[in-house]
Design a protein around this ligand. Structure first.
Ligand SMILES: *Cc1c(COP(=O)(O)O)cnc(C)c1O
Length: 425
């Protein structure tokens, strides 16, 4: 072998994994154990004092999860990663490491609905304040910065699908003000977009979606880009100040360019506890092995169906950046040249009634609240996820009465088109 780095397909299968040393097992075993035996008392002491890396308890580390962590770090091009119980746990532990009570972060206003709820409501309990900026106007982020701003948060390809973020423009602003840029890369996955290449400092994932890819397990990941210098920065005491629980160790000084990942693990997972079950890590690892194949098919199918629907008489509009006429097509070509993802929205000429009819009539598409499955999925936000909002709020959130969201799976596109045509008729 030369010192050339392996390609993305190879990393998706091999990064972090090796045949099991004791059994020879080729697939990564599921280490279904709560605890790990110490070699001796000195070994135990060095593990607890963070002087040695090793397993203590599966809330903090687990060998199956470790393979998943190394693999996503390799695919994203980060220095280290931490597997957690869900995408929401990844966002929460990230903010917990960055924020103190009274601090603020700026979030792009086009986000997964669950993140909007988490930021607006749950974070209030911690004294963390979200300030919203316009995804489509990077200068609105710069105007929102105050001395209490501790992070900028966006999605690479944003919900409800069809929005591409200018990550480099947000990174320029973040760097000018020395604030870390956190990118939720769930909808794109590193196959389509690697946010660190565009200036992100931290990447978070819901592994529930395309990484796992089969709609069978909830999981999340935090990836440290190793790019932000926390040392000596009083704004980030979790990383820059002596930790009383670790003999006054300063994480930023001790762990350098993977200090953020360490903080997520030894403070976030250890104290707050949203650990990923090793069985789920195994299923997500299995999913990632075929990520490049699946994502390309997801994108190709989605483009074929978006094209078909754009010419359908019952459809008023299609919002998919892969279409040449789409307002995000230029950003999609720049950030996501292999494809524009699998999730997009359409507007039906028949309004609310037509939306309800479509989700009721579809046979092959499943009517449910998820994205990123092998199976094609559909939801009518106005009658489900967004039904509690007022009509003007629905429209602002991209969930007007006529809007239907599709997550295109891996079936034959001809079958999906037949299903859509029959349901629209
Ligand atoms: C689903 C999702 C989340 C939340 O992830 P869970 O695994 O459901 O907790 C966060 N961000 C995006 C973009 C998502 O699609």
């Amino acid at each position: 072998m030369t010192d050339r780095l392996p390609g993305f397909n190879t990393l998706a299968i091999h990064a972090g994994a090796a045949p099991d040393k004791t059994t020879g097992a080729r697939a990564t075993p599921i280490y279904q154990t709560a605890s790990f035996v110490f070699d001796d008392v000195d070994h135990a002491a060095s593990l607890f004092g963070l002087q040695a890396f090793g397993n203590i308890y599966s809330r903090i580390t687990n060998p199956t999860n470790a393979v998943l962590e190394e693999r996503i770090a390799a695919l994203e091009g980060g220095t280290a990663a931490v597997a957690v119980a869900s995408g929401h746990a990844a966002e929460f532990l990230t903010m917990n490491a960055l924020m103190q009570p009274g601090d603020e972060f700026i979030a792009a206003n086009k986000l997964y609905g669950g993140s909007i709820n988490q930021f607006n409501h749950a974070y209030k309990n911690f004294g963390w304040n979200v300030v919203w900026a316009d995804t489509d106007d990077p200068s609105s982020f710069e105007r929102a910065i105050t001395p209490r701003t501790r992070a900028i948060f966006c999605e690479s390809i944003a919900n409800p699908g069809g929005v591409v973020t200018d990550i480099a423009a947000l990174s320029d602003i973040a760097k000018r003000h020395n604030i870390p840029l956190v990118v939720d890369n769930t909808m794109a996955t590193p196959y389509l977009i690697r946010p660190f290449e565009h200036g992100a400092d931290i990447v978070v994932h819901s592994a529930t979606k395309f990484l796992g890819g089969h709609g069978n397990s909830i999981g999340g990941l935090v990836v440290d880009g190793g790019t932000f210098n926390w040392a000596g920065d009083d704004r980030y005491p979790t990383l820059s100040k002596p930790r009383p629980e670790y003999a006054e160790m300063v994480l930023a000084e001790n762990f350098g360019n993977f200090a953020f990942a360490i903080a997520i693990r030894v403070l976030g997972l250890r104290d707050l506890g949203p650990a990923l079950a090793p069985f789920n890590a195994f299923l997500i690892l299995n999913g990632i092995e075929t990520l490049p194949l699946r994502m390309q098919r997801h994108c190709d199918n989605a483009l074929a169906i978006a094209n078909h629907l754009a010419h359908h008489p019952a459809v008023e509009w299609v919002s998919y950046p892969g279409l040449e006429t789409d307002r995000y097509h230029g950003l999609a070509r720049r950030y996501s040249p292999l494809g524009s993802g699998a999730v997009f929205t359409i507007g039906l000429k028949g309004g609310y009634e037509a939306g309800v009819k479509l989700v009721s009539n579809l046979q092959l598409f499943s009517h449910l609240a998820n994205i990123g499955d092998t199976r094609s999925l559909v939801i009518h936000p106005a009658s489900t996820t967004h039904r509690q909002l007022s009509d003007p709020q629905k429209i602002t959130a991209g969930a007007g009465p006529e809007v239907v969201r599709l997550s295109i799976g891996l079936e034959d596109p001809a079958d999906l088109i037949e299903d859509l045509d029959a349901a629209l008729a």
